[in-house]
Design a protein around this ligand. Structure first.
Ligand SMILES: Cc1cc2nc3c(=O)[nH]c(=O)nc-3n(C[C@H](O)[C@H](O)[C@H](O)COP(=O)(O)OP(=O)(O)OC[C@H]3O[C@@H](n4cnc5c(N)ncnc54)[C@H](O)[C@@H]3O)c2cc1C
Length: 258
């Protein structure tokens, strides 16, 4: 089975976020960039399917040249091929444009299954996988925590509020992967060395038959701001029984928690 895995290059979640002076962008100068954590489940799932059924795993990203770091990480885990979709016209790609770029690239690649993460940390839109399936006219199953092959179909477990839903989907389809689906492997030293030598295919808008004029974001970001700083906490003093009474009063009257 040939699997295409969508990988987003993101600032790690430990990054202290600052809003840039223009109020429209994040200042990510000091960020450490990594593979989107949910995409690691997707890469792992692709590798497990390849080990069981044969075929190839191709990882793909829409991003700048620095996004090759995440592609190399996925190659080091065991992916066979990598594609970087990079063009000045992609720079402000919103989820719709990102999905259009990925759909155009997927049409040029052999793929029986497309895996994405549940969501991309940073943007948090949870849209790209679903839009990609819609653009390609194939089924989409989201928030998947279990996967088994049954003939030419997939039996999938989805996380829903308070329970699990079991869904059967025919191939080809797009699956968005959730924590719990598997335990992503660490790249081995051999994998890291091999990944350094693997070629990364680079595609620009023209290679994908995309007109840059149609890739402008479909919404306009007006302003970004951090939440107001949290007020300082209260430290109670005095005898313990008095503190407990005071705490209950505060939880009731001020915090409205009880
Ligand atoms: C030059 C350049 C710079 C960028 N800089 C930033 C940035 O600083 N911060 C930021 O958050 N985004 C950045 N992006 C990425 C782009 O803005 C987002 O990919 C897009 O808006 C989707 O947002 P999301 O993460 O909320 O997607 P979601 O819909 O939440 O993502 C769901 C899943 O879709 C797939 N996916 C999402 N985006 C991509 C992608 N780009 N490539 C491959 N698969 C993807 C992943 O599997 C992901 O788990 C940049 C893109 C380019 C081309």
């Amino acid at each position: 089975m040939n699997v295409l895995v969508c990988v987003k290059h993101v600032p790690d979640t430990e990054t202290r976020v600052k809003v840039a002076a223009d109020g429209l962008h994040l200042d990510l100068g000091e960020a450490n960039w990594v593979v989107n954590p949910y995409d690691e489940y997707a890469v792992e799932q692709g590798l497990q399917l390849k080990e069981k059924l044969g075929g190839e795993v191709t990882v793909i990203t829409v991003g700048g040249d620095d996004a090759t770091k995440s592609l190399r990480q996925a190659l080091a885990m065991g992916a066979d091929k990598a594609v970087l979709c990079s063009d000045p016209a992609f720079e402000d790609a919103d989820p719709w444009s990102t999905a259009r770029i990925l759909a155009a690239a997927a049409a040029k690649l052999p793929c029986d299954l497309i895996l994405s993460g549940k969501h991309g940390v940073g943007g948090d839109n949870q849209q790209v996988g679903s839009l990609l399936g819609q653009l390609m006219g194939i089924p989409v199953v989201t928030v998947v925590t279990g996967m088994d092959l049954e003939g030419t179909s997939l039996m999938l477990k989805r996380e829903i509020e308070g329970g699990t839903e079991v869904v059967k989907a025919s191939l080809p389809c797009v699956i968005s992967c959730q924590k719990g689906l598997n335990e992503p492997r660490y790249p081995s030293l051999k994998g890291i060395m091999a990944a350094k030598k693997k070629e990364i295919t680079a595609w620009k808008a023209a290679d994908l038959g995309l007109d840059p004029a149609t890739l402008a974001p479909s919404f306009q970001l007006k302003k970004m701001e951090l939440p107001p700083p949290r007020p300082a906490g209260k430290i109670l003093s005095g005898e313990i029984p008095d503190q407990v009474k005071e705490l209950v009063k505060l939880l009731h009257d001020e915090a409205k928690a009880i």
